[in-house]
Design a protein around this ligand. Structure first.
Ligand code: G3I
Length: 360
């Protein structure tokens, strides 16, 4: 190897070595509060440095994409398990719990689930049968290692209230599920099928912008109403796609407190805090390409992460897991220039890592 390449590599190894000698990991620091999770891709579990970092720091994992409907069930009767199996096997081999993400979602879900041969929407009953087949097959394959499922992801609409003919707010995203059913029955059925398939797994409803007061109230009302009707919902997933300017600690605190009224389990499921002003799980966003992250932005990010973890520690009676969405800035769906995570693009801990770990 050329001499000029050796130096940076040695520095990286020294830094990694020095880091590896640090007092404790994130999961150790939070062992009396909640699990610390991470969403992974295939490289994170196959690369030696990255997989060592996953094993050292985390005690819960989520497949970022590889367990989603389109990834495992691309066509009726056709299953593609290889990538999801690799992640499940990594968890089995390393004693790490696995969050199942996600059984049902309007995105990354193949159209075959919704249409007949003439490309017309199928009947509600046909849709439910297809949903049941998917959910039972996936849950039964991984029930030995998956301790909880995001049963449905992102059913609630963003934005201001939309009164229907009776003046009542229509809270649901108008997905293909909703267009076929005309109400929230598809959500209820999904939880029913997941409970049939695994009587023990915790069943979550998962969404983004979950601290927005209007959306928070919609989620709260839906969960409260469904649970009162006997729908087996155990928890709410707060995705946690935030930025350095918001949500405010007050809004986060208000949302956690409200959700804690209706469920016994709250997970922060997809935590990342980007340095620009966008937030949420929407797919249109700025990757912040080429932007230089200022010291002020770094300090704001540290303050936002510190506030979030302080709130979650305060609610540790209900908060059971906080999962970072991606292992490092390099892996982030937001792009490394959004600088969203405690580990930088070279898998080295930022000062932010110690702000999160070394809380008072
Ligand atoms: O697998 C294809 C590959 O074959 C192709 O070459 C490549 C380029 O087009 O695309 C690859 O698929 C991409 C996939 O990630 C796997 O990398 C999709 O284009 C891309 O859209 C997809 O993005 C994922 C996104 O969900 C999809 O909605 C992100 O990685 C993932 O982090 C993100 O995660 C979601 C959560 O599941 C739910 N909450 C919101 C969150 C952010 O959107």
């Amino acid at each position: 190897m050329k001499r000029f390449l050796l130096l940076p590599l040695c520095a990286l190894c020294l830094a990694a070595g020095a880091y590896a000698q640090e007092a404790q990991s994130l999961k150790d620091a939070y062992k009396d509060y909640f699990m610390i999770g991470v969403a992974v891709n295939q490289r994170n579990i196959s690369d030696s440095l990255q997989s060592a970092l996953v094993k050292r720091e985390f005690n819960s994992m989520t497949a970022e994409n590889d367990m989603k409907p389109a990834s495992v069930h691309p066509a009726a009767g056709r299953w593609t398990w290889e990538r999801a199996d690799r992640i499940a096997d990594f968890c089995r081999q390393n004693g790490i719990k696995l969050r199942g993400h996600t059984l049902m979602w309007h995105n990354q879900m193949c159209d075959w689930m919704f249409y007949d041969a003439e490309h017309h929407f199928v009947s509600k009953d046909t849709l439910f049968q297809r949903m049941r087949d998917h959910i039972h097959t996936v849950v039964n394959r991984y029930k030995d290692i998956v301790y909880c499922w995001d049963v449905f992801n992102e059913c609630i609409a963003d934005g201001p209230r939309r009164p229907d003919a009776n003046g009542r707010d229509q809270p649901l995203r108008e997905s293909k599920f909703y267009q076929i059913c005309g109400n929230d029955e598809f959500i209820r059925k999904a939880f029913e099928y997941a409970r049939e398939a695994d009587p023990h797994a915790l069943l979550f409803y998962n969404d983004y912008n979950e601290c927005d007061p209007v959306k928070c109230d919609r989620i709260y009302t839906m969960i409260k109403t469904m649970k009162a009707a006997g729908v087996p919902i155990d928890g709410i997933g707060m995705q946690g796609h935030y930025n350095i300017y918001g949500p405010s600690p007050e809004d986060i605190e208000a949302a956690v407190s409200k959700y804690a009224e209706v469920v016994d389990h709250i997970h922060v499921t997809e935590l990342d805090i980007r340095v620009n002003r966008e937030m949420g799980g929407q797919l249109q966003f700025s990757h912040n390409e080429g932007a230089t992250v200022t010291d002020e932005q770094k300090h704001k990010q540290e303050a936002q992460y510190a506030a979030l973890f302080r709130i979650m520690r305060r609610h540790a009676d209900k908060v059971n897991c906080v999962t970072f969405w991606n292992l490092s800035d390099r892996d982030s769906w937001l792009g490394a220039d959004n600088y969203p995570l405690p580990f930088d693009r070279n898998y080295q801990p930022k000062p932010l890592y110690r702000v999160i770990r070394d809380f008072e």
